[in-house]
Design a protein around this ligand. Sequence first.
Ligand SMILES: [Fe+2]
Length: 380
Amino acid sequence: MRPGLRGRCRAGTAIMRIEGLNAGFYEKLLTIWEKLNASLELDYILLNAMSYLEETLDAERSSIWELDEAGEELFFRVFSGGNSEIVEEIRLKIGEGVAGHTAKISAPVIIEDAEHSEFWSVKVDEKTHFQTKTILSVPLLFRDKVVGVVQLINKKNGGVFTGRDLRSVEMMCIPIATALVNAKLFKELEKTFMETALALADAIEKRDRYTAGHTRRVTRYSLWIADEMKLPSAEKKWLALSGILHDIGKIGIRDNILNKDGPLANDEFETMKQHTVFGAEIVQKIHSLKNVVDGILYHHEKMDGSGYPKGLKGEKIPLFARIIAVADTYDAMTTDRPYRKGLSHDAARDELQRMSGTQFDPEVVKAFLNRLEREVAVEN
Ligand SMILES: [Fe+2]
């Protein structure tokens, strides 16, 4: 390790012109800053930032290590060496290897001969079949706490990394550290939000003594369908939330109807139908939940137009609602009610197939039954 390399990159420090860094670098840096601050789907931007550093510093590879929740181990957040599955399981304890050492001392490290360095760990090279020779390793700091480590590997043409290289990396570390912390905070916020929605759904379910666990099962079945239909992960998040909240409008339905020991009379059924509208009204008031309104409002619509509340037909019914309709009906058919026993899996599957095209979207039914057959096979 070179002595005197005690520079650090702290998130929150203003950009200042540093002698030796050219105008092109500043321009690129500002673009990456902007993107990192604007994006919550981080990895490809991080990879972009790292490949720019590789190019600028003439390095063969680069990586970003992130510190885990417990603050004990580093794992690869981004790795420019191709197959990320290979490195997924690699963990370095604080103090282990060059990255672990960098995190431990919270200061940059330049290694000129990796193999003979006292900090060297062969773990990563063994996995990736790569030979590390030289390393520039810089801690990612947020409010003076290490949140990760950035590494540039192997200066091309047999050279070693310099103090000027270090300054370039340090400037990039500032937005990277901030972005990693922001992404973590966003994830936590999202988790809390999901748990709050689930608690709310559970509270409503408690009023309805026949539907314990219904919300969670409908959400699970809806996500099975989304997997089979290969919906993007961002869509799946909204679908999960739609599944969790699909019957939230039942909060506005009187107990004597909600908990009636028998089939509903016509006027009672008309009242019950209102739960779709009540649910949408509740959720519409929250701007950030606008993507879940359709699933709640239309989950009792039918493909032939005989459903409620609007009598929408075919693909006019939003996809989330078509998915929840299948998941909801399968669960309702297979669970016991006081006035009837739940159907067997085979009987419920036959019913879904019988109603495919009239009540349900055939593609959704197909996706659900495909997945269900696999799940049932695993269970047996
Ligand atoms: Fe419903």
